[in-house]
Write a protein that binds this ligand. Structure first.
Ligand code: HEC
Length: 129
């Protein structure tokens, strides 16, 4: 390999690492805290609620009631924690919402549901109430 190329390759990697650091919005510790919930969300929720957490998942075009935009501080801020936890466990019907929001209580442990609820607060940046 020619030396100049090798140097520019390393410079490129350095720039890439720098840009990753610069654009990372949350600290590593915070990342760890939400890691499991984020994984659950990507696996079980994103197909409806969207990879960007904005309610525009792949399935959203096929269902009559639109999934909640989890990135919306206003919409999410108006939902109390109890309701978020109830809806995740028992589905939309538990809060007089659409049956199109499935129940996850048989799939997740209570701890996982709580982690998901905390993660949703993290995404909407809308605190707890
Ligand atoms: C099959 C599509 C679908 C999947 C998968 C799905 N949801 Fe939903 N979700 C919906 C729909 C539709 C609504 C809106 C219900 C309404 O407003 O009547 C909703 C609403 C919600 C709400 C707001 C409830 C409220 O009181 O307004 C929360 C919180 C939520 N979903 C969390 C989740 C989580 C967490 C997951 C993954 C574990 C998930 N959803 C997976 C379709 C889905």
């Amino acid at each position: 390999m020619n030396t100049n190329r090798t140097i520019s390759l390393f410079a490129g990697i350095g720039l890439f690492l720098l840009s990753t650091l610069a654009t990372t919005p949350v600290s590593a510790a915070e990342d760890d805290q939400y890691k499991h919930a984020e994984h659950l969300y990507d696996t079980y929720c994103a197909q409806c609620h969207g990879a960007n957490r904005d309610g525009n998942g792949l399935n959203s075009v096929y269902i009559s009631v639109q999934p909640r935009d989890h990135s919306d501080p206003k919409g999410m801020g108006d939902i109390p924690n109890d309701e978020i936890i109830e809806v995740i466990k028992k589905g939309g019907l538990a809060a007089n919402k659409s049956v199109l929001m499935p129940a996850w209580g048989e799939i997740f442990s209570d701890d996982e549901v709580n982690q998901l609820a905390a993660y949703l607060r993290h995404i909407c940046k809308c605190g707890s109430n």
